[in-house]
Design a protein around this ligand. Structure first.
Ligand SMILES: Cc1cc2nc3c(=O)[nH]c(=O)nc-3n(C[C@H](O)[C@H](O)[C@H](O)COP(=O)(O)OP(=O)(O)OC[C@H]3O[C@@H](n4cnc5c(N)ncnc54)[C@H](O)[C@@H]3O)c2cc1C
Ligand code: FES
Length: 218
């Protein structure tokens, strides 16, 4: 666990509210691990999933409040990490389903696991990506229903999108989701990120953020 500074290389706009930031520094991390980024808008640092964009260390940011707005405006960021437990997929063919703000995470997973990637977005992406992208809720549901012959699925985005995906995919393969819990320390010290699972209380910053969907939902 380290404290470090990151220097922005590129800021790439993906949609009206989602951005990808690449950094000049590098960091070793496992898929789904995250960093806690300092902002002046809150006394706690905020979690952002680690990924890559064409070899460069990268994060995706969906601007939803003052902290995320601050992050996309900065040239230098202070952070600690990598936090969380890395995700290792089961054997077999996998599909990863994500929102645009998670593009760096899934770009990295695609390269590591040779899995397929599908992006569900509310609007057309402002850059070309080599992954199939569907627009809007109806197309997203149709995509999920059409997915066949996968051994595992990994879904990362909003809680609502993950729950919908879990319900439509749970009978087709093992489903893993990256859960979004409020985090204050990111290292297992504050106990702020506890969730009730079928196997007892879990602290998402150390036991997650990726869990099997069936651990949290029926
Ligand atoms: C493990 C993990 C990885 C994440 N990775 C990404 C990512 O790669 N890209 C991305 O855009 N977002 C990611 N998020 C969500 C991101 O941390 C929040 O969107 C961000 O903290 C919002 O801050 P804000 O000041 O802009 O919004 P605020 O106005 O402060 O809050 C808006 C909402 O954001 C969430 N939030 C706020 N503070 C925190 C916090 N300390 N911890 C967790 N959630 C918070 C809450 O749901 C809150 O209601 C991740 C969250 C988790 C738990
Ligand atoms: S965020 Fe502090 S224990 Fe998980």
């Amino acid at each position: 666990m380290e404290n470090f500074s990151l220097t922005r290389d590129e800021l790439i706009q993906l949609t009206s509210d989602s951005f990808l930031i690449t950094f000049n520094e590098d960091l070793n991390f496992e898929p789904t691990q995250f960093i806690m980024i300092e902002t002046p808008t809150s006394i706690v640092r905020k979690p952002f999933g680690l990924g890559r964009w064409y070899g460069k260390l990268a994060i995706g940011v969906q601007v939803i409040g003052p902290g995320t707005k601050y992050i996309i405006e900065q040239r230098y960021l202070k952070a600690h990490g990598p936090c969380g437990k890395g995700f290792t997929p089961p054997s077999g063919k996998g599909a990863v389903i994500a929102t645009p703000a998670c593009l760096a995470i899934v770009f990295d997973m695609h390269r590591r696991f040779l899995c397929d990637v599908f992006i569900g977005s509310l609007e057309k992406l402002k850059i070309e990506v080599s992954f199939k992208t569907v627009l809007g809720d109806e197309e997203f549901v149709a995509l999920l229903k059409s997915l066949k012959a996968y051994d595992w699925f990994f879904v990362v985005g909003s809680d609502q999108m993950e729950k919908v995906s879990y319900n439509l995919l749970k009978d087709k393969g093992q489903v893993f989701v990256s859960l979004n819990e409020y985090m204050a320390c990111g290292v297992g010290a504050c106990r702020g990120c506890a969730i009730e699972t079928k196997h007892g209380l879990k602290h998402l910053c150390v036991d997650g953020p990726a869990l099997r969907g069936e651990e949290v939902w029926n």
